[in-house]
Design a binder for this molecule. Structure first.
Ligand code: SF4
Ligand code: SF4
Length: 284
């Protein structure tokens, strides 16, 4: 959407940053794909919300965009850009998980990445999987990683996965990385601890990024698992290694330091409240 995206990418790559994109694919024509390759973008993630046009278009609420997303993957692969397919499991596309891997592989993606659904953005709580459904899916997904080895990388983002992997493989998975391994800068220059956690910790109009990253009290707080004071995570023996999804906690309870209602290892016993509209409003 930004007319100056090429300038930004060229500058970032020139400064030695590894640049990646996440896109719905609609604007990624053959010409744009070639430009992305020329600029040295390391990876482009294209989101697919289903293995069929019917499911993807229905979740996205726009007809005929499944084909556009698939074409984006093809265009990027043809231009020699590394592509990841992003898959967010929700109730309507849960059954398509195995077919998602087959599709991503067929389209030429190098990787398929499963990202936990957190409804702080435009979806509702009714799309969220139940903890046991998510647990079964994660168990399937980690097995599929072995089955597909050498053909496509089957990856995931779930703060609990490190708890079910053998110790040597679990090492890179340090649980929730909000404000620790990453953060987000919104279009109005707010810095938030995670892409799906809409709690501003500073604004780039007032401070430099380095000042915010090093000194923001809210970032200090979220980096410490001891800040979690209620719910399943607060009393869990895996608190330090996992920490639960702070965004899921915020979405459901309006508190980033409560329990994780999506946990399939120590399910939360507190009832799920109604949809949190305030979370939706502050998300960009
Ligand atoms: S209760 Fe929280 S800390 Fe414990 S495993 Fe579940 S999500 Fe992780
Ligand atoms: S809040 Fe933590 S677990 Fe949740 S999506 Fe962000 S980094 Fe992942």
């Amino acid at each position: 959407m930004r007319p100056d995206w090429e300038e930004i990418v060229a500058h970032a790559v020139g400064r030695g940053l590894r640049v990646t994109f996440a896109t719905n694919g609609i604007l990624v024509t053959k010409v744009i794909a070639r430009r992305i390759a020329e600029l040295g973008v390391f990876n482009v993630s294209v989101s697919l919300d289903g293995a069929t046009a019917e499911t993807h278009d229905c979740i996205r609420g726009v007809p005929r965009i499944f084909e556009k997303a698939c074409n984006a993957v093809r265009n990027l692969v043809e231009a020699d850009v590394r592509v990841t397919v992003n898959y967010t499991p929700m109730r309507p596309n849960l059954a398509e998980a195995p077919r998602m891997i087959t599709l991503a592989h067929r389209l030429g993606a190098k990787k398929i990445n499963l990202t936990e659904y957190v409804y702080t953005t435009r979806g509702g709580i009714e799309l969220m999987l139940k903890p046991d459904e998510l647990g079964k899916l994660m168990s399937y997904w980690t097995t599929a990683g072995e089955e597909w080895k050498g053909r496509i990388e089957v990856d995931w983002h779930d703060c609990r996965v490190g708890l079910i992997l053998p110790e040597e493989e679990a090492d890179p998975y340090k649980g929730c990385g909000a404000g620790y391994t990453h953060c987000r800068i919104t279009i109005n220059h707010d810095v938030t601890p995670c892409v799906v956690l809409p709690v501003p910790v500073g604004n780039l109009r007032q401070q430099t990024f380095a000042e915010i990253w090093r000194n923001a009290p809210e970032l200090e707080k979220i980096r410490s698992r001891d800040s979690i004071t209620s719910g399943n995570c607060s009393v869990c023996e895996h608190k330090q290694r996992c920490g639960g999804c702070r965004a899921a906690s915020f979405a459901c309870y309006g508190d980033a330091y409560a329990g994780d209602p999506t946990c399939w290892i120590k399910p939360e016993t507190a009832a799920l409240p109604k949809y949190n509209n305030s979370a939706q409003q502050v998300t960009t």
